[in-house]
Design a protein around this ligand. Structure first.
Ligand SMILES: Nc1ncnc2c1ncn2[C@@H]1O[C@H](COP(=O)(O)OP(=O)(O)OP(=O)(O)O)[C@@H](O)[C@H]1O
Length: 613
């Protein structure tokens, strides 16, 4: 565990250079200047929208909003790249709403004026809610519908028959309603097309739907694309939707202000050590605040949840198998601070162009390896769950202190999206990734899929991509002696989390979540005392319970940390900007960890050693 990053670990492999292909667009490369103090009113937005923005307590526009809104109001096609969590949603929703209000002031005929395409149901829901909030003072003039709820064709037809001003959809749902379903969605009066999370739309397998839609969309309408990265996929979309016109490209690089942004750490460890470290992290409260843990697949979600249960650590799960209502509900409740830990699996079985390019490149690198040495490539199966599911991408999780990549993602772009769930809207956050080095991966004792020999190669790509953005990923080494003291407890717990227990947990959770239908939700809203039944972080209890594991005996605590622990004074993340629960009582009566601020090495009291280069 004490193994430190050395020069040999420094990444060398290259990534596809998609940015190059954007070169022929009209480009405005911009760096934030603190002097730009424009307000929303200065941007030329309708007064009702400015009022709604103020109600959201947005004091001033973010960089992407300052740059994109005036261009969009001016009728320009915009292709905008800005980092995750920088406020891209408002940057297109506000000018679209402004355009609709302007149009309505002269012509009140009902017509679908804007089509917003997003890759997942979760995002459609989020964009819909943003539109509701921003149109709070002009609700009678703007009607939006989303086509991503599991509704029958008849219901979708009736929703669309009144020609809502804005339609939010995945490309597949939109095309289904344009082409099939009695041509319920009429696009002939369209003025705006928005492609949100443009870098993801193709990787979700919507290429045919997008191509078909592009031919049904009237020529000359205003097209806005938003993306966190400029990939070959964005370039393909640009060709499909802008054809001969060149959009204005906003390539926004915004340096983090002091105390903002993501602190990126990586710990090299064996597969079983991941379980040891994650236990230590939560039992010693090294992460202060809310946390999202990403794992490689659905079974891993349940393995980790059951493992946590052994220690009395509550968590909830997000994966593509759960009903969409449950998924959205988990995110909403997490954002209301009901839960502290989400375990999410986000890997898509379908590879996007960028991932494919990454894999191809890796194949080239592997050419020299002997056949016996190189492991057969894992065949990608068709996704079992909802193909329109996605949590690491675009979802606005609020106040996330830390993202932990328990399993490393399979691509650098996926890493960018995952860590973008923390440090949003100018806050601070931490991302810790576990990486299984090549020499350790064969020693897995509890594998289902787990990390592979690829981890280090993927880390190399991630490091390179982050370096391009001027970001560093620092090695983080736990104190081996202190962590080792917890090892026998980890083994006890892991032994109880058998394959049968995982299978049972998966089935049980699915059954429970299906039961928690909208109807039940309404019932519990009327009967709040019974709300506990609707919680998503309940114990699954399919693994043997071991009462002694739920408490950490004093002798296991780090000497210096004992007092600090009760004082909430150790941990990774200085939660500088969010004091949401500092000193407050939480539901269930437990006093929350103090959202304290530590200067210097956050784990000093825990004797962590970080190698300085
Ligand atoms: N001007 C603003 N002032 C304060 N907060 C803002 C402002 N604009 C947006 N936000 C908040 O910032 C958060 C991130 O915004 P948003 O989800 O639009 O980011 P994004 O760039 O689309 O991120 P991603 O690429 O991950 O989808 C949201 O919680 C939003 O309410």
């Amino acid at each position: 565990m004490k193994r430190k990053l050395n020069e040999n670990d420094v990444p060398t492999s290259a990534e596809p250079e998609a940015d190059q292909q954007m070169a022929n667009a009209e480009t405005t490369t911009t760096t934030a200047t603190p002097e730009e103090e424009a307000t929303f009113a200065d941007l030329g937005l309708d007064a009702r929208l400015v009022q709604a923005v103020a109600q959201q307590k947005f004091l001033k526009p973010t960089l992407v909003q300052r740059k994109a809104i005036p261009l969009a109001l001016d009728g320009k096609d915009v292709l905008c790249k800005a980092k995750t969590g920088s406020g891209k949603t408002a940057a297109y929703v506000l000018p679209v709403l402004a355009g609709i209000l302007k149009k309505k002031s002269v012509d009140s005929t009902a017509a679908t004026t804007a089509l917003i395409l997003v890759p997942t149901r979760e995002l459609a829901d989020q964009v819909f809610k943003s539109i509701e909030l921003f149109s709070a003072f002009c609700a009678k003039d703007v009607r939006a519908v989303k086509l991503t709820d599991k509704l029958t064709d008849a219901v979708q037809r009736s929703l669309l028959s009144t020609c809502p001003d804005i339609v939010i959809s995945t490309p597949a749902r939109a095309w289904h309603n344009v082409n099939g379903n009695s041509s319920a969605l009429a696009l002939d009066k369209l003025s705006y097309l928005v492609l949100d999370e443009a870098d993801l739309l193709l990787s979700y397998g919507y290429s045919e739907d997008l191509e078909s839609l592009s031919w049904s969309i009237p020529k000359g309408i205003q097209t806005i694309m938003m993306s966190a990265t400029l990939t070959t996929e964005v370039d393909s979309l640009k060709k499909i939707f802008y054809r001969d016109q060149q959009p204005t490209l906003l390539d926004l690089e915004e340096p983090d202000a002091e105390g903002e942004g993501v602190t990126q750490l990586v710990t090299k460890c064996g597969e079983d050590e991941k379980f040891l470290l994650i236990y230590v992290i939560f039992k010693l409260q090294l992460v202060k605040g809310k946390c999202i843990i990403f794992v490689a697949d659905i079974d891993r979600c349940y393995r980790l949840k059951l493992y946590f249960e052994q220690f009395g650590i509550r968590s909830c799960i997000l994966n593509s198998e759960l009903p969409v209502n449950s998924r959205i509900h988990v995110v909403e409740e997490f954002n209301r601070n009901v839960y502290d830990i989400i375990i999410a699996s986000d890997e898509k079985e379908v590879l996007g162009n960028e991932e494919k390019a990454e894999e191809e490149q890796e194949e080239e690198e592997n050419e020299g390896e002997s056949k016996e040495e190189s492991r057969p490539k894992k065949k990608r199966k068709a996704a079992k769950g909802d193909v329109e599911y996605g949590v690491s991408r675009g979802i606005d999780f609020k106040n996330v202190a830390a993202v932990i990549n328990f399993d490393l993602p399979t691509s650098a772009s996926s890493y960018t999206h995952r860590i973008g769930r923390t440090a949003r809207a100018g806050r601070a956050g931490m991302a810790l990734s576990f990486v299984v080095p090549q020499d350790l991966y064969r020693k897995h004792i509890h594998t289902s899929i787990a990390s592979s020999e690829k981890d280090e190669k993927i880390l190399a790509r991630i490091t390179k991509q982050q370096a391009k953005k001027g970001k560093e990923i620092k090695p983080y080494n736990f104190n081996k002696d202190q962590v080792d003291a917890f090892r026998y407890r980890m083994n006890d717990a892991l032994r109880a989390v058998t394959k049968v227990a995982i299978r049972e947990a998966r089935t049980r959770e699915l059954r429970q979540e299906l039961l928690k239908s909208e109807k039940l939700k309404r019932y519990f809203e009327e009967n709040p005392s019974e709300m506990n039944h609707l919680r998503h972080d309940g114990e699954l209890r399919t693994a043997r319970q071991q009462a002694h594991l739920k408490h950490v005996p004093d002798y296991l605590l780090p000497k210096e940390g004992r007092q600090a622990l009760t004082a909430g004074d150790i941990g990774f993340v200085p939660l500088k900007k969010f004091d949401r629960r500092a000193g407050t009582k939480r539901k269930g009566g437990k006093r929350s960890a103090k959202a304290g601020v530590r200067k210097g090495d956050p784990l000093k009291t825990f004797k962590a050693r970080r190698k300085t280069k």
